[in-house]
Ligand binder design. Structure first.
Ligand code: G3P
Length: 216
């Protein structure tokens, strides 16, 4: 399973990259706004900066909701760098845009996916990645990880090539459960990636080894 980081924060992207386990980056308008990135030129520059930091797929989301504008915007984003993946919402015009980008060799990430039906549509349109939002599903008292397992089963039976990118990860256990359920990628906040490191017995064991090392 690949690891993407779900942030537009350059320092956090660098920290995850320096750990040596980072395969890509996802952003969304909320994450860009959180970093105070405003105006088209700054937005495009910020994506270019991320592409300089990480050599892997970098998702950049379109802000329009009609087919024609999504295509225009997506082309502009894709022109920033060959690693840019155009992120498109799961709406009717979004599906049309996914198909257009697929036919024109532009990689896509279909976002805001909350059901297996939506995941089938995204795959039919040729999306490179599909992003089920597992944390938000859990928030509404459904099981997000179960959706990952269902999509993984459907894609495997049907031979769909779209990669399952588990998004809206909230903790380290989500990552473990998504790996078990067959996600191809988890996109996670830095805290959730670092959360995988934690075990009290590791800390206790290391303290003891270091103490005993003094007697060596
Ligand atoms: O990038 C999309 C997704 O990961 C958002 O996560 O925590 O806002 O539900 P969250």
């Amino acid at each position: 399973m690949k690891f993407f980081i779900d942030t537009a924060n350059l320092a956090q992207i660098k920290e995850a990259h320096d750990l040596g386990v980072l395969d890509g980056v996802t952003t969304n308008p909320s994450l860009m706004a959180k970093e105070g990135i405003k105006g088209e030129a700054n937005i495009l520059k910020h994506y270019a900066d991320i592409c300089e930091l990480v050599d892997g797929p970098i998702s950049a989301e379109v802000l329009s909701t009609d087919f024609k504008s999504m295509v225009e915007e997506g082309k502009k984003l894709a022109a920033i760098h060959p690693n840019i993946v155009v992120k498109v919402p799961m709406i009717k015009d979004g599906v049309k845009a996914l198909k257009y980008f697929t036919d024109n060799g532009i990689k896509t990430n279909c976002t805001l996916v909350f059901s297996a039906g939506q995941a089938i549509l995204a795959a039919k349109a040729g999306a490179t990645f599909v992003s089920p939002f597992i944390g938000r599903i859990d928030d509404s008292s459904w099981d997000g990880v179960e959706l990952i397992a269902q999509i993984a089963q459907i894609y495997s039976i049907q031979g769909f090539k779209t990669e399952i990118l588990a998004a809206s990860i909230r903790n380290a256990l989500h990552i473990v459960k998504c790996a078990e359920a067959g996600a191809d990628i988890c996109t996670c906040p830095l805290d959730s990636i670092l959360g995988l490191l934690k075990h009290p017995l590791t800390d206790i064991g290391l303290a003891k080894f270091l103490e005993d090392a003094k007697k060596m």
